[in-house]
Write a protein that binds this ligand. Structure first.
Ligand SMILES: C[S@@+](CC[C@H](N)C(=O)[O-])C[C@H]1O[C@@H](n2cnc3c(N)ncnc32)[C@H](O)[C@@H]1O
Length: 253
């Protein structure tokens, strides 16, 4: 494993390397979010250097997999149904779902290394074994997921990008939704949670265009959290600040 080039990280931290970023076939993909925050604690650096590589879903980055060969999910999870969480933040929902659903395998994608480190601490404490982690952009992961391979997907409090000129950065754009639709099985459930009214608007406009139907009544409405829900860090902050969660459920047609 090559050095990451990010100071303070263990040398073996496997995020996209400069060579991967410049692979001639690699599509140009801007990522506008943060990939690092406060200095990592010693324990978090240890989690990253010891635990992350064994949780790899396989060859995702362009330097490892320039042909974009699909991942072997049956080998990864022994034929279990596979779920996907995009942008898991600190990983509380991801670990909760993994612990509640041992009969599934769940892949999480998150480029923010402090969040990845937080997740790894939670995995150690919960002892869950049905997770795989891509510490990077979900678009790179979706490139190498087989067609119709994912049974459920979660997009929980995606970055809101409130300014109108930044709406095209939102995850609910066709650049992200078309590959998501390709990898989801027909009938798969796609959950979106957001506290931003205009994000609801864009989600309800864009997700159906990519081949999903909104389950508006499912069986409650958008104001009621899913039965198996656990509030994420971002949701707790939104509630403290008086914003209203919206829980949208879609089904892949
Ligand atoms: C507002 S935070 C919410 C985190 C978490 N889901 C929660 O509810 O607490 C949005 C997260 O999405 C991640 N993110 C943004 N774009 C992404 C992408 N293309 N692939 C994977 N994660 C992404 C960000 O790094 C950030 O951690």
């Amino acid at each position: 494993m090559r050095a990451s080039g990010i100071s303070g990280l263990p040398r073996r931290f496997p995020i996209a390397t400069p060579r991967a970023m410049t692979h001639p076939e690699r599509p140009h993909r801007n990522f506008y979010g943060r990939i690092r925050g406060k200095t990592l604690k010693k324990s978090q650096k240890a989690y990253l250097s010891e635990d992350l590589a064994p949780l790899s879903p396989g060859a995702v980055d362009w330097d490892e997999n320039p042909e974009r060969e699909p991942l072997d999910l049956d080998a990864l999870f022994g034929g279990k149904p596979v779920w996907l969480e995009v942008g898991f933040g600190g990983g509380e929902h991801l670990v909760h779902q993994a612990a509640s659903n041992p009969e599934t395998g769940i892949i999480g994608a998150e480029p923010y290394i402090n969040g990845v480190a937080m997740l790894l601490g939670k995995i150690r404490r919960a002892g869950v074994e049905n997770l795989a982690i891509h510490p990077g952009d979900a678009r790179d992961l979706m490139d190498v997921l087989p067609d119709n391979s994912i049974a459920r997907a979660f997009l929980l409090y995606p970055d809101p990008w409130p300014k109108t000129r930044h709406h095209r950065r939102r995850f609910v754009t066709q650049e992200h939704l078309e590959p998501l639709a390709r990898v989801l099985q027909p009938g798969a459930i796609f959950r979106v949670a957001t506290d931003i009214a205009d994000y609801v608007r864009q989600t309800l406009e864009e997700v159906p265009k990519a081949g999903f139907e909104w389950l508006a009544e499912r069986p409650q409405d958008w104001r009621v959290a899913w039965d198996d829900w656990i509030p994420t860090r971002y949701e707790q902050k939104a509630l403290r600040e008086g914003r209203v969660p919206h829980y949208l459920t879609f089904r892949k047609i």
